[in-house]
Design a protein around this ligand. Structure first.
Ligand SMILES: NC(=O)c1ccc[n+]([C@@H]2O[C@H](COP(=O)([O-])OP(=O)(O)OC[C@H]3O[C@@H](n4cnc5c(N)ncnc54)[C@H](O)[C@@H]3O)[C@@H](O)[C@H]2O)c1
Length: 345
């Protein structure tokens, strides 16, 4: 089936994306609209931004539609201001950056648990398939490398990251219990570090942090010696992985790792960003945050065999696209600041 046929086929299907105004959510909404879905993007806007969805909300050409609803997923959907009907539900609602999820740790846990519960109930009522954005953080500080789905993790239950890590672990349990108890069709992906346009410049994630610092000529922050590794997946690859997962037969639930198996140190990442931006920023070292994992790399054998998926966009290409987007944001920010200066002069 080509793209056009697929769009026609899915033309009247409705997708609900919780966390739809966030970084990944906005890319997913865009992809779903392109595929012909009618999309409801739910978001509390705690870290998400409506500008991430610009161009989608008023795009009624070819029947493409997206509706934004401001809603906190910890609140029940009973009596909600929208019609909670969906063929397919995506749960991406949860701040992903440590700065934000640690700012309100109790609410983060509630989002992981009550949010998952409310969305599972909604999926159950609608007989909808439901996707859970789980995370590589469920592996904690891994003792095996690379991480396979069968690895059960080494997670602190009491540290500052636990609200997110344990919340996501428990959300996986809820998903599987809902399947066992109610037969809900679930799909769980453990997402590894993903980057690209629409990341916030101020949320402390390593790629956005380093790019913004390089573009502004500010010192670039390296935590510890910078020898900790991450594997960075470009967002378009990740969205493709999610779409493939949702198309698998009901018997395949995951959890499945989605990420880039190419491992780089944070120091190597900083050096690539310096080279690609041509920046003269210097590197400054700060102490490692508590419980920051030292190695992180997915084993994606399961995704390769079950989804026929693997990342396609090399790091340098993904970084180039991301740098171009952040550079455009910086340019419009500077233009706005100059306008204000002119108006005040
Ligand atoms: N980006 C990554 O590298 C990565 C890695 C692993 C897992 N994930 C998961 O993917 C999902 C999306 O991540 P992201 O990078 O887009 O993060 P993000 O912070 O950009 O997006 C999260 C969105 O959820 C919204 N949100 C948070 N709490 C909410 C609540 N209680 N009710 C309604 N909306 C709420 C935020 O406003 C935001 O729009 C998250 O669940 C995250 O845990 C992301």
């Amino acid at each position: 089936m080509d793209g056009v046929e697929r769009s026609k086929h899915k033309g009247r299907r409705r997708a609900l994306v919780a966390g739809g105004a966030g970084f990944l959510g906005a890319h997913l909404c865009r992809r779903l609209v392109e595929e012909g879905y009618e999309v409801v993007a739910l978001d509390s806007l705690v870290t998400g931004r409506l500008t991430n969805l610009s161009g989608l909300m008023d795009d009624t050409a070819n029947g493409h539609r997206l509706r934004f609803v401001r809603h906190d997923v910890t609140e029940s959907f009973d009596g909600a201001s929208f019609d909670p009907i969906a063929d397919i539900v995506f749960n991406l609602a949860c701040c992903a950056s440590p700065i934000h999820y640690q700012a309100q740790p109790v609410h983060t846990l509630k989002t992981c648990l009550e949010g998952a519960l409310n969305l599972l109930q909604l999926a159950h009522r609608n007989r909808a398939r439901i996707f859970q954005a789980s995370t590589s953080e469920v592996y904690g500080e891994p003792e095996t490398h690379p991480q396979k789905e069968a690895y059960r993790g080494a997670v602190s239950t009491t540290g500052p990251r636990a609200c997110y890590d344990e919340g996501k672990r428990c959300a996986e349990t809820l998903f599987f219990d809902y399947r066992r108890e109610h037969g809900v069709q679930i799909k769980v992906a453990r997402i590894f570090n993903t980057y690209g346009p629409f990341m916030r410049e101020d949320d402390g994630r390593v790629v956005s942090n380093l790019i913004v610092q390089a573009l502004r000529g500010e010192p670039m922050t390296i935590y510890g010696e910078g020898r900790q590794t991450r594997s960075f997946c470009y967002v378009d690859d990740l969205v493709q992985g999610i779409m493939r997962l949702m198309e698998t037969p009901p018997g395949f639930t995951g959890p499945v790792n989605l990420g880039n198996p190419v491992e780089v140190t944070v120091l190597e990442l900083a050096e690539r960003i310096l080279a690609l931006t041509g920046s003269h920023s210097r590197l400054v070292r700060k102490p490692m945050p508590t419980d920051d994992p030292t190695r992180r790399c997915p084993d994606i054998s399961l995704a390769r065999t079950q989804l026929g998926w693997e990342p396609r966009i090399p790091l340098d290409e993904g970084l180039r696209r991301t740098i171009a987007w952040f550079a455009a944001q910086e340019a419009s920010r500077n233009a706005r600041a100059m306008e204000v200066d002119r108006d005040c002069a």
